[in-house]
Design a protein around this ligand. Sequence first.
Ligand SMILES: *[C@@H]1O[C@H](CO)[C@@H](O)[C@H](O)[C@H]1NC(C)=O
Ligand SMILES: *[C@@H]1O[C@H](CO)[C@@H](O)[C@H](O)[C@H]1NC(C)=O
Ligand SMILES: *[C@@H]1O[C@H](CO)[C@@H](O)[C@H](O)[C@H]1NC(C)=O
Ligand SMILES: *[C@@H]1O[C@H](CO)[C@@H](O)[C@H](O)[C@H]1NC(C)=O
Ligand SMILES: *[C@@H]1O[C@H](CO)[C@@H](O)[C@H](O)[C@H]1NC(C)=O
Length: 673
Amino acid sequence: MQRSGMAVLSNLLVVLFIQATLGDVYLHTPRGSNNRLNEQSANRQNANRMFDSQNNNRGGYNVGDLTQNPAGNNANLQYQMGYFMSSDAASSYLDVEWTNQHGCGGSEDSDPHKQNCNLVLQFMCQNEDLPNAENDDKIVPGTNTATQNYQATNNQNENLAAKENRKRNNLQANRGLNEPWEWYDKCNTRERNMGLFTADQVLKNNNGQGVSAATNTRQNPNGNRYGYECPEERDYFPYWHPTPWVDIAVLTDNTSMCDYYKENSFNSRAYGECVEFYPGTNIRRHASPHNNPEDCLAEAGNQWIDFYNYIDKDATATNQNACEQKSTPQMTYKWAVPFDPYDNIRTIQEECLILPPPIDCQQAPWSRSNHLGNGRGGTANTYRWDLPYFPSNLEKRCVFRMRYNISTDDYDPWTTDASANKDLQAGVVSPVQQNPYVNIGADITPFRLAINTAQFGRTFQDRSHPFRMMPRPAAAQAQTIHNINVRGKRGNIVQVYPAVEYDFAPTNLEINDGDLVHFQWTGSNTHNNNNPGGDGQTGDAGEGQGGTDRSNIVEIADLSENFPVPYAQSTLWGNTTIVWSSYALTGNAALTTEDLAVNMASSGYFLCMLTNRCGANSVQAKAAVNNLLNNAPASFAGHLMKVNPGTYHYACSRNNNFSNRSQKGTLKVKASK
Ligand SMILES: *[C@@H]1O[C@H](CO)[C@@H](O)[C@H](O)[C@H]1NC(C)=O
Ligand SMILES: *[C@@H]1O[C@H](CO)[C@@H](O)[C@H](O)[C@H]1NC(C)=O
Ligand SMILES: *[C@@H]1O[C@H](CO)[C@@H](O)[C@H](O)[C@H]1NC(C)=O
Ligand SMILES: *[C@@H]1O[C@H](CO)[C@@H](O)[C@H](O)[C@H]1NC(C)=O
Ligand SMILES: *[C@@H]1O[C@H](CO)[C@@H](O)[C@H](O)[C@H]1NC(C)=O
């Protein structure tokens, strides 16, 4: 609904609906970092580390540790979650779980909210095995909490060697990296979209570059840098230039916007960028100050190129016909110019691209205002992500991102543009103003409203730590795969907030006969939750060694019971067939169901029962596992399991603490009809 600003401000009824739009978003599956890395404090060390979350300094999960000890400076001792990709025959599902602080979802008509909102889910991947020359573009969590460096250039004619040198000097191998260095340099070079509504905010100028760059926005007027994220791209969706992100879904309170999102998602259409070339060559520069075709083409030699996004390429198809005839109802093959955020393809050439599936658009699940918790029905809000299929079958290294965007009806966010920006000389008053005094009539003094125009209409964000998307094993090409993980971190309910206590995620999973489940979890050894604690309680109540996350799976007979059933009386293990295992046994030995039970009960500390099958890692040969799993690994890569129809309950023996914390789950396998 559109109203003029002044009408809003003079209407008491509407004034009552105005509120400060604060509202954080925290990812629990996959675990969101909220810019944390491995700090032992409750507060994150560096809010600028990777991305602009605008969240509270608490919250977020540390990167996973592979073993029972902190990874410290050794990146090889970190654990990256590994999810099996979908195949061309069957889906792999990951139930994404999050909390968002302000109401969202439901229908505008039947249960309207105090603000408009949308949630945008995206990911970004690269091949796990990169050529050596591209290693500095690798998506990594880092082992140091500092932000990557960045040095701009004022030299419009910088040559390729100088650019590469600048990049090399900026990039620090031990710091986290999501978007490539070129992505930020491009953003800091390109003029910002001058048509955007910026209310009464004064946006910074990048004087040396002669433009006010896309690094300055209404929400980020001072051009602060967060990793190599581009602030203009962060604040707006769908973005109007090519981006490194692939869209998964947009969950909106107004589904009549879905056609717009589908048409404008970069998964399904091209976006343009101004391409300049190094003098006398066909080698493109990675950046240009121009943000529109007119300005771009006014300079001789430039081209405005339409780029496509892709999830894979088919190098065997070398012309349009050969490429596009490979399209199937599920996958579009397109002969087009790929968008390469890494600056590894420096000439403009068409290739055979496999486009990402179209964006999914749904009604956002309902949640209430001023509350970081469950949605309707007392269950966590989730989105079932149908993981991508990469026809190359190459292992990918990825990061997941979720943005939560809230706006008000005080100006129409979709039609208010730069013409409404404060310009007193031209007599333009912004429809919303910083902490305005409003007169409600009735001859009383004006009231001051809490309005920060940099945050009136605001985007929050969380991102996962890097994870892997793995090709499926030969024996699991045609089955549906479900992931069961563990959410939550060390501490009691007030200490972990705004993260959550331990539980399995999803807590209840119902699948069909023949489907596979992949149990997997990751944890940190440094969730000590020490000072500084910001606006929450510090401490790490829980069982076992301080600061450590551990999980395991023991079967229980019933959800209301807390004693594990002895192996001899268990039903889960005897009903399980192992289709794939992350642990290799000696020779051709296969895991028995008893091996599986001890492996999962010990979080991978034991691989099997007997020395002849797994040598020193057997129950027979290895020292006892600590009864609180202190000497067991914090992360568990798991197995792909087929389970016979039935209902099975399980718990974590260490964390489950009746009346204090419940970590229990249920797997129901429905019998086929
Ligand atoms: C947030 O919503 C505003 C409209 O209020 C829109 O202009 C912007 O593109 C949205 N940003 C994201 C990240 O969804
Ligand atoms: C929903 O979006 C449509 C545009 O697609 C717009 O016309 C309509 O006003 C919106 N409804 C509400 C309640 O904001
Ligand atoms: C269960 O949790 C409470 C509160 O954190 C703690 O005091 C108690 O020691 C725990 N029980 C065990 C057996 O660790
Ligand atoms: C399989 O599960 C059923 C109950 O669902 C149980 O009766 C049966 O004993 C289990 N089989 C094995 C081998 O554990
Ligand atoms: C743990 O539960 C016990 C029993 O209900 C209770 O007395 C205690 O306060 C709880 N401790 C915490 C830290 O929640």
